[in-house]
Design a protein around this ligand. Structure first.
Ligand code: BMA
Length: 784
């Protein structure tokens, strides 16, 4: 599934129609056979033998190079599909064709000149030698010409390499990830990015095969940017782990990408573009392509290049140990070489990582076999990721960052020969963090790590999504057998219920209304947990000199998308509809964040976190509201400058004092509202702080949010959208507005706390349809 297969068919072709017959075996039987062969020859198993019972999965995915999650996962069903999932082409090569173009751009800072080191990988039907004459052009400007006789490399390809300076008569515009902002005095200005066309033309003089001069070409789009992973020692122990892009340290904000469908061949271009655009629109600048999925389509990386989404790219090995038999290693060699050659020119690719959690699995002894044959597994691990994959990456893509695993201790893991005793060490590298037992709304439970590449909580898709896949009678609470069947994470439903119950009451047993309330509360609970955790990571940017904590520079929550309708950690439902969490992501990843919290000593603190590249003068408003009022009971204003890429504390007061200033009898009566505004009155962000759990709040009124006014207007490009003014009779928590199930679209804001009597939001339908929506088409839910 991960390899492009090439077969020489010339000798079989006959004049007229030709028929190709392909025999396809069952992947499940194949992997079982491979497992048995391995056991017979090597006398040890390679765990896990089968997935956990609750996954209803198939066994031994680690013995076949295929999407590992197609044998089931804790968020997905087992559909180990078989067949051809990409195009089949008959290729006619007279002389040679350009298979891939490897590009490495580097900046000579002294002369401010960009160099391009370019290697064209040629596939030819020549003998060992291939006389080649080539020109390289950047956006149409010829940059280098070369005439050479190439010799075939041991891998069967010919390599044509040229290094040249990208001196073209226009200044190079850099490639910046999404959200590299400066200000122009009127608001934020995104530095954006430019993609350049790099074209390789191979010219062949007239020959026996072609009487005229023949040119074969390949064009790739490249970007100019530098990216470094800074791992400098910190005192008293640890190392930084942050990305510097174009010389600027940047906090990585994003999520984890899984395949967009359990049958990835069914994914449409629109789905890929829509999911990546959703990531961009939620202020993300990085996605991690997770190792249990697939190497995505060219379109995926082209879109990431265009949107400025950096890709942390795992190789496709996840949550398992793997065999190292000759045929397996040979297949991996081809896979990694082909995939790196295909993808490495994309400026969005930030790094390669050997696998997902396989180092952690060994260190933590995920399967009993590890304790019996640890030595063998360690050897296999190093053979595969260190001796094989790392070497291929260093050869094919020398400029790129490589980590042997995620999570890992980064550079530090070399000291332990790439198998650390604790790859989850918060002082080094990245960590994956899951805790379903503590209070997820308490930021103090979260680890002060350098980079958190996975963290998350489950929720249920909203009832409309379920209605698409089930009979309505199955949608009730307590959950029906059918709904329970889709939960593939052991104790997942219990954990969701417990998380809800910590802060809310569970809905009473009942039919659809109860089920709808449960799904909504599960999403509120998930969104709040991730918001609180993420804001902590963003605030935690400073180094704590006493213990080396702090310096957190990355937060990629688990997981962006879904492969089917089921409970999962995703922020976007299968089908593309944003969950509450995705609207929260948009706010928690905002470039200028105002983040309130209560510290361990019961002080209310407010930090401003700036991801801008420049300083900015801002005004922060902090208002305490009584839960039964719609006017502030107490206000504070702070004015000042925030440095680019910094965190500043702008407010601090003991909670009790703040409550008495606002005349709140206790914290259960009040709530905090914040906004951060530029001097030109541009609102950069808003936020809130619940001072108590919703179930303990006193004074909340029944809010009865309704649509006060709705207008259909048109964007400058002629697309219809709706301006919706909501009215609320009281402070309203977690206001959620939904479009009709058949009309997908995006709201400008959703899942908010409504403090004022009126609030205007916008709805952008996805399709430019002629229908006209009315008040009754929208469904509104609130907590109170
Ligand atoms: C992580 C991932 C996935 C998994 C997720 C949720 O460890 O790497 O394997 O789906 O946790 O359990």
């Amino acid at each position: 599934m991960f390899i492009r297969y090439e077969f020489q068919v010339k000798q079989f072709l006959t004049r007229g129609d030709n028929k190709i017959t392909i025999n396809i075996q069952s992947p499940v039987n194949y992997s079982k056979r491979k497992h048995n062969d391995h056991l017979a020859q090597k006398h040890y198993v390679v765990p896990p033998i089968c997935p956990t019972i609750v996954q209803n999965g198939e066994c031994h995915p680690n013995f076949i190079r295929k999407m590992q999650a197609s044998y089931s996962w804790d968020w997905g069903p087992a559909f180990p599909s078989m067949g051809i999932w990409k195009s089949v082409e008959l290729e006619v090569i007279d002389t040679a064709s350009v298979r891939d173009v490897l590009v490495h751009t580097s900046l000579d800072r002294a002369s401010n000149v960009w160099w391009i080191d370019c290697t064209a990988i040629l596939d030819a039907r020549a003998g060992v030698e291939l006389p080649a004459s080539a020109t390289f052009k950047l956006d149409g400007f010829p940059l280098s010409s070369i005439n050479k006789t190439l010799r075939r490399s041991p891998d069967g390809y010919w390599k044509l390499r040229s290094k040249f300076a990208a001196k073209i008569p226009i200044p190079i515009k850099l490639w910046w990830p999404n959200g590299a902002f400066i200000t122009d005095g009127m608001g934020l200005l995104d530095l954006g990015r430019k993609l350049y066309e790099l074209r390789v033309d191979l010219n062949f003089s007239p020959s026996l095969f072609s009487p005229s001069t023949l040119t074969v070409s390949k064009v790739v789009k490249i970007g100019f940017r530098t990216i470094e992973l800074i791992q400098d020692p910190v005192e008293p122990e640890g190392a930084t782990f942050y990305f510097k892009v174009n010389g600027v340290p940047m906090f990585m904000k994003g999520s984890n990408w899984i395949p967009a469908h359990i049958l990835p061949e069914k994914v449409t271009k629109e789905q890929i573009v829509s999911l990546l655009t959703s990531a961009r629109d939620a202020n993300m600048n990085m996605l991690r392509v997770w190792g249990g999925g697939i190497y995505e389509s060219d379109l995926f990386y082209e879109t990431a290049d265009a949107l400025g989404i950096l890709i942390w790219h795992d190789f496709m090995f996840a949550c398992a140990l793997y065999p190292t038999t000759d045929d397996f290693m040979k297949s991996v060699t081809v896979e990694v070489t082909q995939q790196v050659r295909r993808l490495q020119h994309h400026p969005s690719i930030a790094l390669w990582a050997g696998n997902n959690e396989n180092e952690a699995a060994l260190a933590q002894g995920w399967w009993p076999e590890i304790f019996i044959s640890r030595y063998l597994y360690n050897e296999d691990y190093r053979s595969l990721y260190v001796k094989l994959i790392k070497e291929i990456v260093e050869r094919e893509d020398s400029g790129r960052i490589f980590l042997t695993s995620s999570p890992s201790n980064g550079k530090e893991s070399k000291k332990e020969n790439y198998l650390a005793r604790n790859p989850q060490d918060t002082r080094y590298g990245d960590v994956h963090h899951y805790d379903y037992h503590s209070d997820s709304w308490d930021w103090r439970i979260y680890p002060s790590a350098k980079f958190v590449s996975e963290y998350g909580f489950q929720s249920y898709p909203m009832i409309d999504a379920w209605k698409g896949v089930m009979n309505e009678s199955e949608l009730k609470f307590p959950l029906s057998e059918e709904v329970l069947h889709r939960q593939h994470h052991a104790f997942g439903d219990v954990e969701i219920a417990a998380a809800i119950q910590r802060h809310f009451q569970l809905p009473p047993p009942g039919d659809q209304a109860s089920f709808a309330a449960l799904t909504y509360l599960s999403q509120v609970s998930q969104a709040m947990s991730i918001k609180i955790q993420t804001e902590f990571y963003r605030r935690n940017r400073k180094l704590n000199p006493s213990n080396g904590d702090g310096m957190t520079y990355g937060a990629l929550y688990w997981q962006l998308n879904d492969v089917w309708v089921a409970p999962s950690w995703s922020s976007i439902e299968f089908g593309g509809r944003w969950k509450l969490l995705h609207y929260y992501a948009l706010n928690m990843f905002t470039p200028l964040l105002v983040s309130p919290y209560v510290d361990g000593n019961d002080n209310v603190k407010v930090d401003v976190v700036s991801d801008l590249l420049v300083p900015l003068d801002v005004i922060t408003y902090m208002n305490v509201f009584k839960l039964d009022g719609q006017k502030p009971a107490y206000s504070e204003v702070r004015k000042g400058q925030v440095e680019g890429g910094s965190v500043v504390n702008i407010f601090q007061l003991p909670l009790q004092q703040l409550l008495s200033r606002a005349e709140c009898s206790s914290k259960e009566y009040c709530i905090l509202r914040l906004s951060i505004v530029g001097l030109e009155a541009f609102i950069y962000g808003e936020n809130f702080l619940l001072l108590s759990n919703p179930k303990d709040m006193i004074g909340l009124q029944s809010s009865l949010v309704s649509i006060y006014k709705m207008e259909r207007t048109f964007t400058s490009s002629g697309l219809p959208f709706y301006s919706i003014t909501l009215e609320s009779k009281a402070i309203s928590l977690f206001v959620w507005i939904e479009s009709p199930p058949n009309i997908e679209g995006r709201f400008s804001d959703n899942a908010f706390i409504m403090f004022d009597p009126f609030k205007t939001i916008y709805f952008y339908p996805k399709v430019n349809a002629s229908f006209i929506l009315t008040h009754n088409d929208f469904n509104i839910m609130t907590y109170n």
